[in-house]
Design a protein around this ligand. Structure first.
Ligand code: LMR
Ligand code: SF4
Length: 516
């Protein structure tokens, strides 16, 4: 085999997966968009998402800054050398990271050190299988951390919030799956896709769930019971009203795929793998003779282009409604913050500072490297590249899931005088209380819209904590027209709390038995 060609094929697979959302996923998102009412927060978010998909495609840049833990599934003819394929994948991963197509995402779990090239123990994941065909089938999924954190595994029988007892039968399985969508709320960047594995043990169950994410969105389950269950879940999970980003709305789930395997008598697991709307998985057929790509997978049928219309929609949708819009520029005063209410849309100009897991932990017992009084913290781990002149450029910069900072956020805001935090998925009661006491606000940006937000970043003015690695460093960003929604204000209101409560009420409508 031509190894250089093989490396190139793997590189293409990685770049396409990170930057070009598959056709079947695009069609699902388009359908969802058609269902939302004009002028709602859900419609606005979906317009931003589709504009972002288009931008990523045109810029050949990551759709979302979190390019996940790259997971490959490779099937090879019996006489093909799998070690060569392994080496080609490693090589391509390094190159794609250098080129800003993947974020350096591999972190030593004990020291916290980022390897910088996306390689490490167990990273990437490569699973090989042999088969009788005469070509190589290589598939890749880039599943980010926010949605990965919302995976859930149920051990039947169990008691479920809102739904009561889930027993060891199809109806118990139904309840677990509905619950899995409810518990994700907007934190995994809904509207999402789920893969479900019934049976197996704790690890093979999750593997089966993840394997479902390699199915086509529009395929039909050959097992009649599971086909019915998939349809039931897709229809009814969308009645939970969680909506895009957890803002409320008509579409919460874009796809549901269920697989089954045997189990042992004592165990009955239902494992759910949650994938955000940025459902990046592609595949190729490769010739074992030449190492070249002979066919792309998941690319049948119409490719929806979200071109021109998108930009206008983002602008138009907020004009048509009574949504209040406010321009913010740091340093922000307490008075300005107290004027903001849940539902307001803010446009930020000027400076903001990124801070996520490592920085929140650090700031909980250290001083800040800069004066944060009146400033804005952005929960974000961007993709950033240095040019030859030594200047940094942000290549992708959407928000990360804020709830992870819940143990620290309130104290840090008060101690440093921070007035606003931007993230996604919302925060909990401790932060909400701190926002009231101190005069702070939580702003929800659109998760996964990494190109859309990178475009608002006009320059990198500085960086601290580079020792934490690129995603965890504190980037000083100068922005223009950075748009987000107030979802928690200084008057005790939280849209996230409201949606969580109303969706729990809706979930309890599905308590009664449906499948015998
Ligand atoms: O790590 C990130 O940038 C985002 C993450 O995927 C998340 O959803 O929280
Ligand atoms: S930020 Fe959202 S879209 Fe991006 S990987 Fe995380 S869950 Fe997915």
């Amino acid at each position: 085999m031509n190894l250089e060609k093989l490396q190139e094929s793997m590189y293409q697979l990685i770049v396409e997966t990170s930057t070009n959302l598959p056709k079947d996923v695009r069609r699902a998102i388009k359908k969802a968009k058609a269902q939302e009412n004009v002028g709602t927060r859900a419609a606005m978010s979906l317009a931003t998402i589709t504009e972002n998909i288009q931008m990523a495609d045109e810029n050949v840049s990551p759709i979302c800054q979190d390019t996940g833990l790259p997971t490959f599934k490779v099937k090879t003819p019996v006489d093909v050398n799998q070690l060569e394929i392994n080496a080609a994948i490693m090589h391509a991963i390094k190159q794609a990271t250098k080129d800003g197509k993947l974020r350096p995402n591999s972190v030593d779990s004990l020291t916290g050190e980022n390897s910088g090239d996306n390689l490490g123990y167990g990273v990437p994941v490569i699973k090989f299988e042999q088969w009788e065909q005469d070509y190589i089938d290589a598939r890749l999924i880039l599943k980010g951390g926010g949605c990965e954190n919302k995976n859930i595994q149920y051990s039947l029988p169990c008691e479920l919030e809102g739904l009561g007892r889930a027993g060891r039968d199809l109806d118990g399985i139904r309840k677990c799956i509905l619950h899995s969508v409810y518990q994700a709320q907007g934190q995994g960047c809904s509207a999402g896709f789920i893969g479900v594995g019934i049976g197996g043990d704790r690890s093979s169950g999750y593997d089966l769930a993840k394997a479902q994410l390699f199915r086509e969105v529009e395929d039909v389950n050959p097992i009649e019971d599971l086909h019915k269950l998939e349809e039931y879940i897709l229809e009814n999970a969308n009645k939970l009203g969680i909506g895009t980003m957890g803002f409320g709305g008509e579409t919460t789930l874009l796809g549901c795929k269920i697989g089954v395997m045997h189990r042992i008598p004592a165990s009955f697991f239902v494992s759910v793998a949650y994938n955000c709307w940025a459902y990046r998985r592609l595949g190729v057929r490769i010739s074992p003779d030449t190492g070249e790509v002979t066919q792309w997978l998941y690319q049948d049928g119409e490719k929806i282009s979200f071109a021109a219309e998108a930009e206008q929609e983002v602008a138009a949708s907020s004009e048509e409604t009574a949504i209040r819009e406010v321009v913010l520029q740091a340093p922000i005063t307490e008075e300005q913050i107290r004027e903001l209410k849940v539902g307001d849309v803010v446009h930020i100009n000027g400076m903001m500072y990124t801070g996520r897991d490592a920085i929140h932990k650090y700031l909980s017992d250290h001083d800040a490297p800069i004066d944060l009084n009146g400033q804005i913290i952005y929960h974000c781990g961007p993709v950033v590249l240095k040019d030859e002149a030594g200047n940094w450029h942000v290549k992708a910069a959407g928000p990360t899931t804020s709830i992870r900072e819940e143990p620290y956020q309130g104290d840090i805001m008060k101690r440093f005088g921070i007035r606003a935090v931007i993230g996604k998925g919302g925060m909990g009661p401790k932060t909400l209380q701190a926002l009231s006491e101190h005069g702070g606000v939580y702003l929800n940006a659109i998760g996964g819209a990494a190109q859309y937000y990178a475009d608002c970043i006009k320059s990198v003015e500085g960086v601290d904590f580079m020792q934490f690695g690129i995603p965890e460093a504190m980037w000083h960003l100068k922005v223009e027209g950075f748009t987000a929604v107030v979802t928690m204000d200084s008057h005790g209101n939280s849209l996230h709390q409201d949606v969580a409560m109303s969706s729990l009420e809706k979930l309890s409508q599905f308590k009664d038995r449906v499948f015998n």
